[in-house]
Design a protein around this ligand. Structure first.
Ligand code: CA
Length: 236
């Protein structure tokens, strides 16, 4: 197995989970460091500049969400949150604080490695940011021409409402990232009232009818039940 070019910082106070993750990373050739507290996580992140952080939310000293907020003041490194099912509200708070993705405990090694691969692809695109700004976004058969404000699917132009267009652009801009309902409402509608969740679902439904061949089995936009949505990379 060839060595990954990415270094992962694993932040977890439970030694059993930490060892499981370490072993999985070693088997795939990832360089990695570990930290068992929030303070150690911040210090290690600052001194060793890892590429990706895996962060348990329930830490003995500083809350995981607080760790994200502090790291986000100086770093855009992808952060994948590890959280127990019972911590759903924390997971959403973590995504809104700047986490990129999450894994619900208990998770399998396969799920962990899949999330890391998604994150690495995202890192690849972030590295491309130094290139001149692309005015056309493409993903599978979907194409957005930002300059013209048009969207096409498999070469056929789609007629989106302004709200559907903004929703699609937001998801495209954050491809491979889970966006919470709250984040989307804030970015697209400028509000975070819970009551607007119903309208978000309506707009997502009409958008999917236009961009998905089978809206009940969407390829481009995944639903994360109780959390939000994510645009995923689609092969042609
Ligand atoms: Ca914990």
């Amino acid at each position: 197995m060839s060595e990954s070019r990415y270094t992962v910082l694993v932040v977890e106070d439970d030694p059993a989970v930490r060892n499981l993750v370490s072993t999985a990373l070693e088997s795939r050739g990832y360089r990695h460091a570990t930290a068992a507290t929030g303070k150690a996580a911040i210090a290690t992140a600052a001194t060793t500049s890892p590429d990706i952080m895996l962060l348990d939310l329930g830490l003995p000293d500083i809350d995981g969400v607080e760790v994200i907020k502090r790291i986000r003041t100086w770093s855009t490194m992808p952060i994948i949150v590890l959280s127990a099912r019972a911590e759903d509200a924390d997971k959403i708070e973590a995504l809104d604080a700047g986490a990129d993705d999450y894994l619900s405990k208990p998770f399998s090694v396969g799920e962990l490695l899949a999330r890391l691969r998604t994150t690495e692809r995202h890192l690849g695109y972030m590295a491309d940011d130094s290139a001149p700004q692309q005015s056309v976004f493409t993903n599978g058969g979907l194409s957005i021409d930002y300059a013209a404000g048009t969207v096409s699917l498999d070469g056929t132009e789609l007629h989106l409402t302004p709200m559907e267009y903004r929703l699609l652009c937001l998801l495209a801009h954050n491809i491979d990232r889970v966006l919470t309902h709250q984040f989307i409402l804030h970015e697209v509608w400028g509000t975070s009232q819970d009551g607007d969740l119903a309208s978000l679902r309506v707009f997502m439904g009409t958008l999917r009818k236009k961009i998905e061949a089978n809206p009940s089995r969407p390829r481009y936009i995944q639903t994360h039940v109780g959390v939000g949505y994510r645009m995923v990379r689609v092969d042609r």
